[in-house]
Design a protein around this ligand. Structure first.
Ligand code: UDP
Length: 236
């Protein structure tokens, strides 16, 4: 399909369509970690993430969460509404892992009594630094009301995903989401996939997420296939 690419990121390309109210996202097979230091092409990753993220956004929409998602149109593509991305990465943590373990010295695997919501500045050159509300206000990254909305929506997403994954025998350790502005509203945007979540097998503790690639722990596609299968998606 001939069309204008508006943006190319590490894992996706975004294209215009004939309708100004609709964009097309194409998921790539490229895997990157550590701010682009580690890079590989992993065949099938784009399809798996597109299928998993579409399935999750469909479930979230059924639960009344407003998002940019319209529909999945092919193995690697989906249609979304255009939004102005808020330059924040919103992370929700249920279990200690990753950067939090290093920063706070909490033991990996420690289950928090209540989820933790964190905001990071989406800026590769700065290495996505952690922000508090005062930083967000000072840098005018979001209005206080928007911040409150994003925090509430992040916790609602967490509730829904905790339920969805625990039904499949998977612990939702943490995840990253992004939001966009459209017609005065805050919408959930970007993707939710094993690239952006930590997902551990409840029985064995094995990772089914990007840590497989980050730390060369095993075959990434096998982990992602397992997630799709457990969520009720197709098995091949
Ligand atoms: N994450 C992400 N994109 C980023 C940074 C983090 O999707 O640029 C996800 C990551 O996969 C994990 C969660 O956010 O599920 C928390 O990541 P953390 O802060 O522990 O950083 P990491 O250990 O990934 O550097």
């Amino acid at each position: 399909m001939e069309s204008v690419c508006l943006y190319e990121g590490k894992a996706k390309r975004i294209f215009k369509t004939g309708d100004p109210d609709v964009l097309r996202i194409a998921y790539k097979d490229d895997a990157t970690a550590f701010n682009g230091e580690k890079m590989e092409v992993l065949e099938g990753k784009g399809r798996l993430n597109n299928e998993i993220s579409s399935l999750i956004f469909e479930r979230l929409q059924e639960a009344g969460l407003d998002s940019h998602f319209i529909e999945r149109i092919s193995e690697t593509e989906q249609l979304v509404r255009p939004v102005e991305i808020v330059p924040l990465e919103v992370v929700v943590r249920n279990i200690a892992a990753g950067s939090l373990v290093k920063r706070l010295g909490v033991k990996r695997g420690y289950a928090f009594e209540t989820p933790i919501v964190e905001f990071y500045y989406k800026d590769d050159e700065l290495g996505d630094p952690l922000l508090n509300e005062a930083h967000i206000a000072a840098l005018k990254l979001a209005e206080p009301e928007e911040l409150k909305q994003m925090q509430e929506m992040a916790l609602r997403v967490n509730e829904k995903l905790l339920h969805l994954f625990s039904e499949s025998g998977v612990d939702l350790v943490d995840f990253k989401i992004e939001f966009g502005r459209r017609e005065g509203k805050i919408l959930l945007a970007d993707e939710i996939s094993p690239d952006t979540c930590r997902l551990w097998d409840q029985k064995t503790g094995d990772s089914f997420d990007k840590d497989l690639f980050r730390f060369s722990q095993g075959n990434l596609q096998d982990g992602y296939k397992m997630i799709l299968q457990r969520l009720g998606g197709r098995k091949s």
